[in-house]
Design a protein around this ligand. Structure first.
Ligand SMILES: Cc1cc2nc3c(=O)[nH]c(=O)nc-3n(C[C@H](O)[C@H](O)[C@H](O)COP(=O)(O)OP(=O)(O)OC[C@H]3O[C@@H](n4cnc5c(N)ncnc54)[C@H](O)[C@@H]3O)c2cc1C
Ligand code: FES
Length: 447
């Protein structure tokens, strides 16, 4: 991203583009903040009329805020038969889906698509979606960033900041807490939102990290991460005073579910930060709620552990908690299968089930579940919510490239009113209704 550009304060918009033809229609998806486009699919058409049901599924899946259609013209700029057909297609798109549909001169897009495929060693491959990608890139280059930006009020605002490391705390098993001076991100971060971190100047791809805590007045955010690969190992070497580029806060956030005065917060491994942030945040903003935070880890916990306060009815053995939460008066308990002292010897979701089982039915009706962690844990949490008919939100993690909605690399399937639809974890999430997620195990089982 260019420094100083208006895109710093812009929020991403999703745009679908079409290379319209009589038999095939190439489709690409793009995003206004990075102004990048990705080939998506080829739809079949008969006499230039698309299979509208298939096209509607794509629109339902991507929910674009605008569309772009390539306008075929002769090389001298005059119109041809297919120009009229493309205009008709454009009008029909606008009528059916109610979003603005722009036309862009598509001369040479097919040639450019074929050249790109040949350069990538894929000569002869389907060029229609690549032509749609070229059309969308052309349209981006002809429109200013300001015009493409969604008003901040609609999507929230993403900032790029050169954040200075204020503290770097190291824990066992390659775990680290970084405190970063990042006032604009700290000013708008909410529990569940994340930052995209440039771990090192040598590494072009950023890495997503949840926000563990945000202090608005002091202008810092805390991140908690574990070394797993190149990016996090480079991050682990950074010392106090170093500066890192952060893009954020990205994504939506957890919300207090109405009528649920007993939030049950579950965090596993590097999924702990959003739920710890949530518990702290509610202490200030929703003091009437009495959350119980259950955290699970298979390595020593990356924070000070203390004897947990009396209160929630939990099995003997689960008698330690997170000191920082206990000091705030938030009840917490720890679970681990690694034999850690004072921890419940099992999965965090089993500890949660134990607590739910002990609650009187009228108290159970006031529980809502909020979880972040590995996908297997989240799937178990969603099953628990189903078993006890609890409203539930989960914060998902997916492999991410752009993290601002442009590459579709993080898409997951979420049930919508007309069936499962693709949603991007980075900008449509990362927090989703747990009952709407198409979980990998459920998805793999025969229908
Ligand atoms: C929204 C979001 C929030 C996240 N928050 C945190 C956090 O607070 N703390 C933290 O430690 N990690 C978090 N992660 C995961 C973190 O982004 C990855 O661990 C990191 O990108 C790995 O980068 P790497 O270069 O070190 O590893 P790579 O060399 O890229 O990969 C090394 C290993 O990490 C795994 N991995 C890579 N990317 C991801 C990913 N996106 N999700 C899950 N596993 C991955 C791979 O399976 C691989 O085994 C989050 C991921 C997302 C999507
Ligand atoms: S769309 Fe690129 S990571 Fe989400």
């Amino acid at each position: 991203m260019t420094r100083g550009s208006s895109a710093r304060d812009a929020s991403p918009r999703t745009i679908l583009a079409f290379d319209h033809g009589r038999r095939n229609i190439g489709v690409a998806v793009g995003q206004s903040l990075t102004r990048t486009a990705t080939p998506l699919a080829t739809l079949r058409a008969r006499d230039a009329v698309p299979e509208w049901a298939a096209l509607a599924r794509l629109v339902e899946g991507w929910q674009p805020q605008a569309m772009v259609v390539g306008l075929p013209l002769n090389m001298d700029g005059t119109e041809q038969d297919t120009t009229r057909l493309a205009r008709r297609f454009r009008n029909e798109l606008e009528r059916r889906f109610g979003v603005p549909v722009h036309l862009v001169d598509e001369r040479l897009s097919t040639r450019e698509a074929r050249e790109r495929l040949a350069r990538g060693g894929r000569a002869g491959a389907d060029d229609d979606p690549v032509a749609a990608q070229v059309i969308l890139e052309d349209w981006f280059s002809q429109n200013s960033r300001r015009e493409l930006a969604t008003p901040a009020s609609r999507r929230g605002t993403i900032f790029e900041e050169e954040a200075r490391i204020l503290e770097h705390e190291r824990f066992e098993a390659g775990q680290h807490r970084l405190r970063m001076q990042s006032p604009r991100i700290a000013g708008t971060a909410l529990p569940g939102s994340f930052v995209h971190v440039r771990c090192d100047a040598l590494l072009p791809m950023r890495r997503p990290m949840s926000i563990l805590e945000a202090e608005r007045e002091m202008g810092w955010v805390d991140l908690l991460f574990k070394e797993v690969g190149t990016g996090t190992r480079l991050l682990a070497r950074k010392e106090v005073g170093a500066r890192l580029s952060l893009l954020g806060p990205i994504g939506n956030h957890f919300e207090a579910l109405p009528g649920s005065s007993r939030p049950l917060l579950l965090g596993g491994g590097v999924g702990m930060p959003p739920v710890v942030f949530l518990a702290r945040y509610w202490r200030e903003s929703h003091p009437q709620l009495s959350p119980l935070v259950l955290l699970g880890s298979e390595v020593p916990f990356p924070f000070t552990v203390c004897r947990a306060s009396a209160g929630p009815q939990l099995p003997a053995g689960a008698d330690t908690g997170m000191e920082a939460l206990e000091r705030l008066g938030v009840a917490s308990r720890l679970a681990s299968r690694a034999g850690l002292e004072g921890c419940y010897p099992g999965h965090v979701t089993d500890l949660a089930r134990d607590w739910l089982r002990r609650l009187p039915p009228e108290a159970r009706r006031e529980v809502a579940l909020y979880a972040c962690g590995p996908v297997a844990m989240l799937e178990a949490a969603a099953a628990l919510a189903e078993e006890y008919s609890l409203p539930a939100q989960v914060c998902l993690e997916e492999y991410m490239a752009c993290a601002v909605g442009g590459c579709a690399g993080c898409a997951v399937r979420i049930h919508g009113p007309s069936g499962p639809a693709m949603r991007r974890v980075c900008v449509d999430g990362p927090v989703f209704d747990a009952h709407r997620v198409v979980w990998p195990r459920a998805d793999a089982s025969p229908s």
